[in-house]
Design a protein around this ligand. Structure first.
Ligand SMILES: [Zn+2]
Length: 256
């Protein structure tokens, strides 16, 4: 397989300029899911391969499920940007990035077609097996960049991935219409506990006991992934208990 930048796209390989060696000999331990947020997969591939874009990813999966590789896995691709997970800020050096074509929230946000999801699952299973990526390390771009990014969004079917052995999923506690939860500016023990749990799972958050703007963003990121029915950044009972269940399932207990 030819992977020099400037090599024309052939057989679902489209070499991107935007790549470099992984820093400090890092190995991929995270798998990050994105959506392209562009009009078509072809446009996204073209953009991600151009030097002037300053962005790239390892794979693009179009709406029919066709997979195109842009960057070999041993290289650092430029997909995560300013991000954080469990103490690590150089997410690009530690991850493999998959761009799933979907025009995104700004452009109608269609469902992810079943054929596309099948390819996401098959490719991810292969990556996870080869790099021994842990379930808790299969993440959304929104998980590592809360507020700044919301892809792949609440329509991405993490439950389906989990049924195929990919990622961590717990049954969300039901959402009740009459439980609006706590919002921006609220303070107290339940907020402090939720912050501790979010931090223990891996999110970048301060444990202040106050639901400030940064906490609201992280709550939204958590909901986009684990409680997609209502994404409002508020701490309701459903969010609180779903988060507890996730911690329980992962074996990560927050420090009391
Ligand atoms: Zn993204």
């Amino acid at each position: 397989m030819i992977f020099e930048p400037d090599t024309p796209c052939v057989n679902a390989v489209c070499p991107a300029h935007n790549r470099e060696p992984r820093r400090d000999g890092a190995k991929p331990s995270l798998l990050i899911m994105h959506y392209t947020g562009m009009a078509s997969a072809a446009k996204a591939i073209d953009w991600l391969a151009r030097p002037e874009s300053g962005v790239s990813c390892h794979y693009v999966i179009d709406e029919h499920g066709e997979i195109t590789q842009l960057v070999p896995e041993e290289f650092r691709a430029w997909h995560a940007g300013a991000s954080y997970w469990r103490g690590e800020t150089d997410i690009n050096s530690h991850s493999i990035g998959i761009e799933i074509h979907n025009p995104g929230h700004q452009h109608g946000y269609p469902d992810f077609p079943p054929k596309q999801m099948s390819s996401v699952i098959a490719l991810s299973q292969d990556i996870v097996r080869r790099h021994h990526i842990a379930p808790d390390n299969i993440l959304a771009h929104s998980d590592v960049a809360p507020g700044r990014k919301m892809d792949p969004g609440e329509k991405f079917n993490w439950h389906l991935l989990a049924k195929e052995g990919l990622g961590r999923w717990v049954r969300p506690f039901p959402v009740h219409a009459d439980d609006a939860g706590l919002g921006l500016g609220s303070e107290g023990e339940s907020i402090l506990n939720a912050q501790k749990n979010l931090l223990a799972y891996g999110y970048g958050i301060e444990t202040s006991g106050r639901l400030d703007a940064a906490t609201e963003k992280v709550l939204k990121a958590f909901q986009l992934h684990f409680r997609p029915r209502r994404v409002d950044g508020r701490l309701d009972r459903s969010t609180e208990i779903t988060l507890e269940r996730l911690l329980e399932a992962s074996g990560k207990r927050a420090a009391a």
